[in-house]
Design a protein around this ligand. Structure first.
Ligand SMILES: [Zn+2]
Length: 83
């Protein structure tokens, strides 16, 4: 998905039906530190993004918070370029 591209979502706040809200996407991040003979290198090694944990909403109008059934933000958006 190209993040520069305009996109819309048909989702609404389930409480007040507002179409203005935050989408919080949660994703696992795996980070690796190397230990040799008990010495910990504080410079992180590989960073790998893991599974998408879930997506939640926070309404800008009424502050309601809710959880989307979707796993990631791509499941919520409609690209504008195909109408
Ligand atoms: Zn709301």
């Amino acid at each position: 998905m190209n993040n520069e591209r305009p996109a819309t979502t048909k989702k609404r706040c389930p409480k007040c039906r507002s179409r203005s809200f935050y989408i919080h996407e949660t994703q696992e991040v795996h980070q690796t530190w190397r230990v040799e003979g008990g010495n910990l290198d504080r410079t992180p090694g590989d960073t790998m993004f893991g599974s998408f944990v879930g997506v939640s909403g926070e309404c800008l109008h009424c502050d309601h918070r809710w959880t989307f059934r979707a796993q990631q933000i791509d499941d919520l958006v409609t690209e504008n370029d195909d109408g």
